[in-house]
Design a protein around this ligand. Structure first.
Ligand SMILES: Cc1cc2nc3c(=O)[nH]c(=O)nc-3n(C[C@H](O)[C@H](O)[C@H](O)COP(=O)(O)OP(=O)(O)OC[C@H]3O[C@@H](n4cnc5c(N)ncnc54)[C@H](O)[C@@H]3O)c2cc1C
Length: 393
């Protein structure tokens, strides 16, 4: 095999989309996929939800999420064109609802916050909610319609991206990168778990929750955040017509229907359990209970799949993009709860950085450098007989 210009590590949405963008731009790319069946990109619900997913503490991330949201229509069209397959994009709205009085207060507080940010939404009464989504429980008290929060069937997207990448000339290698090789602070290659080394001066680390496991790279503060999700099949029963999110008796649940009507994704638990792969009775119970509280009809659906995935979490819930102290290594990880939404912007910006060395302004707050912190302050100690304290380094 000739030496590739770039080795991309990780065959999830971020790695595959980045490899495609690089190859489209003329680079010779090898994509080491790892194990696609374990990728969060296959487990995710696929909400493209900068508005309903935002929280009071994530203003900087919101701007990036919105930037990616705006790219989705053109990104989707390019994926369809390049792969000859659907992208999975569904341009429907998201309806957030509240079950009881406390949930209603929580939803109102959230809507007030959206008002302050100038984010578009419509407040709905119980009756208006049920006119939009007739499957909702009559107990639903109020709602919030967000027309710009869409969804994407992430499995369909991942398949399309893999085809687009292959057509653009990306070479896929099955296996895992064990170590990034370097000499004098510059990348020289990537060694796989089987001992093969791919010589290259440029590596993109895009292996999601596993980013901290690769040797030879600077410390990346990424940890796995476990999430359990269910896939229900409505069969002969009607499914919801749009994404429904709910505050339900203090819990949060979402139901994301697919275009074809045979799948409703119900999620998700958020668990700090490392790479625990167990689907638990409690996790499944709570998701089914909360889904039924919001849409009673879900009790009739078939339980088609239960899955565990690992969100690549970071200390501030935002991704890590761009370069680092190791020349030739580009980071594209830490996408946490928003990796499907962020795929267009992350892939474009990462490919651009690899090819030009310039980082697009939209992601400058998201480099690894933000975790470096100030150098430790010198400690002072009193020295007998000296005029002032001595500085201890
Ligand atoms: C339950 C759940 C629900 C979610 N819902 C949403 C949602 O609604 N909307 C949204 O935007 N996001 C959602 N997310 C988040 C989203 O799934 C992730 O942020 C995104 O998929 C991360 O993509 P990735 O390509 O970085 O990582 P992954 O998709 O995890 O892919 C990483 C790949 O790298 C491979 N790999 C690992 N180590 C190596 C190695 N050493 N060498 C080579 N390959 C390696 C793995 O096998 C894997 O295939 C959800 C996540 C979970 C878990």
């Amino acid at each position: 095999m000739s030496a590739p210009d770039v080795v991309v590590v990780g065959g999830g949405l971020i790695g595959t989309a980045t490899a495609w963008r690089l190859a489209e731009a003329g680079a010779d790319v090898t994509l080491v996929v790892g194990e696609r069946s374990a990728a969060a990109s296959r487990v995710a619900a696929g909400m493209l939800a900068p508005v309903t997913e935002t929280t009071f503490t994530e203003r900087t991330l919101l701007a990036l999420n919105q930037a990616s949201s705006e790219r989705w229509p053109s990104f989707s069209a390019e994926v369809v064109e390049a792969s000859g397959r659907p992208s999975g994009l569904r341009e429907g709205p998201t309806l957030s609802v509240a079950s009881d009085a406390d949930d209603g207060a929580r939803l109102r507080t959230f809507a007030d916050y959206l008002d302050r940010l100038g984010l578009r939404h419509d407040r709905l009464t119980s009756r208006e909610c049920r006119a939009l989504e007739p499957l909702l429980a009559p107990t639903v008290r109020s709602g919030l319609l967000v027309p710009t929060d869409w969804s994407c069937d992430n499995r369909v997207l991942l398949e399309a991206l893999a085809v687009a990448a292959e057509r653009a000339g990306v070479r896929e290698v099955t296996g895992f990168v064990h170590r990034v090789e370097s000499t004098d602070g510059r990348v020289t290659g990537a060694t796989l778990a089987d001992g093969t080394t791919l010589a290259t001066g440029r590596v993109v680390l895009a292996n999601g929750a596993w980013a901290a496991q690769v040797d030879g790279v600077p410390t990346v503060p990424v940890r796995p955040v476990k999430g359990q999700v269910l896939r229900l099949d409505p069969g002969r029963f009607p499914g919801p017509g749009m994404t429904v999110r709910a505050f339900s008796r203090g819990n949060e649940v979402y139901l994301v229907p697919r275009e074809h009507g045979h799948e409703v994704v119900v999620g998700a638990t958020v668990e700090e359990q490392g790479f625990d792969h167990r689907v638990t009775a409690g996790g499944v119970y709570e998701l089914l209970r909360d889904a039924r509280e919001v849409i009673p009809m879900t009790a009739e659906y078939a339980l088609a799949e239960t899955n565990v995935g690992w969100r690549p979490g970071t200390p501030d819930n935002a991704p890590i993009l761009g370069g680092c102290e190791l020349a030739g290594l580009t980071l594209a990880t830490g996408h946490h709860r928003n990796g499907v939404l962020l795929t267009p912007v992350s892939a474009d910006v990462t490919a651009g950085f690899v090819l030009t060395g310039e980082l697009a302004e939209v992601v400058t707050p998201f480099t690894l450098a933000r975790f470096a912190g100030p150098p430790p302050a010198p400690r002072l100690r009193a020295v007998p007989g000296a005029r002032g304290p001595e500085v201890v380094r």
